[in-house]
Ligand binder design. Structure first.
Ligand code: VGL
Ligand code: ZN
Length: 260
């Protein structure tokens, strides 16, 4: 599958450094998937342009996190019908993601595992809440599971992702924005780019899937039994040699972080 990197991020060549970062995931990491709901996708009540294009990338991250037994959290915008963010209440947005309606459902293309933790946000009529931490039990859930590192994805870069990431940084989580798995509304052109800059300035790291190991790293090399070793020594030695080279980071240079 071809990797998707939003044009708006990919074209910015100056100011980027190349690091040999390679994130290896554990149960103390969490993937946060924000607002991949019908109303935020093309055809929905408040569609984010090309919002659907990040779903394959999110599914790919879900697979990595699932394999590592890391936490997977799906947040959803979950408004009461008279929410303060709606135009009828003099808010900025058309009605969207109303609790228990079809538009509030997650996209059927999103491959959420059954044990994903669901967080509902912006549920109080008089309180706008873009952050998944705002009036939710997300922080408690993460602390309960001893999560130290958050990887954020989803919609929209300039609202929910921005506010969730700033809260995560404030709360002391190591926070990584998955740039190839987020898309902005860009009500004002440049909003999403400015949001990324703001997140980075406040301590968030910016990364793409290039900062994760090649999928071949998942080969169960350590689980090979002595019996198998006796049968096919040459193949195993080769696989182990490759694994050692990969772990030393000699294989590639990865673009991950912005300089300022
Ligand atoms: C959002 C606009 C309106 C978001 C929520 O979560 O990004 N944006 N409601
Ligand atoms: Zn909303």
């Amino acid at each position: 599958m071809q990797k998707f990197i939003p044009q708006v991020h990919a074209k910015k060549n100056e100011g980027w450094t190349f690091l040999n970062t390679s994130y290896s995931l554990t149960e103390y990491d969490a993937l946060i998937v924000l607002d991949i709901q019908i109303d935020f996708l093309p055809g929905g009540a408040l569609p984010i342009p090309n919002g659907d294009e990040i779903i394959p990338a999110i599914n790919s991250y879900i697979k990595r996190f699932k394999t590592a037994q890391a936490q997977i959290i799906a947040a959803r915008d979950w408004h009461p019908p008279n929410h303060t963010s709606f135009k009828a209440q003099n808010g900025p947005w058309p009605s969207h993601c109303i609790q228990d309606t079809a538009g509030a459902k997650f996209s059927p293309d999103l491959k959420l595992p059954p044990n994903a933790q669901i967080i509902s946000k912006a549920t109080q009529p008089d309180h706008e809440a873009y952050s998944a931490f705002d009036h939710t039990n997300l922080a408690d859930e993460l602390h309960k599971r001893n999560v130290k590192r958050l990887f954020t994805s989803g919609l929209a870069t300039d609202y929910c992702v921005l506010n969730t990431v700033l809260d995560a940084c404030r709360l002391g989580f190591e926070t990584i924005v998955l740039m190839d798995a987020t898309m902005g509304i860009n009500t004002t052109p440049g909003d999403a780019d400015r949001a990324l800059k703001t997140m980075h300035k406040n301590g968030a790291k910016l990364a793409t899937e290039m900062a994760f190991p090649d999928t071949t790293d998942a080969l169960p090399i350590e689980e090979t039994t002595p019996d198998a070793l006796a049968e096919k020594p040459s193949k195993l030695i080769e696989a182990k040699k490759k694994a050692r080279m990969r772990s030393k980071g000699t294989s590639k240079r990865i673009k991950t972080e912005q300089h300022h």
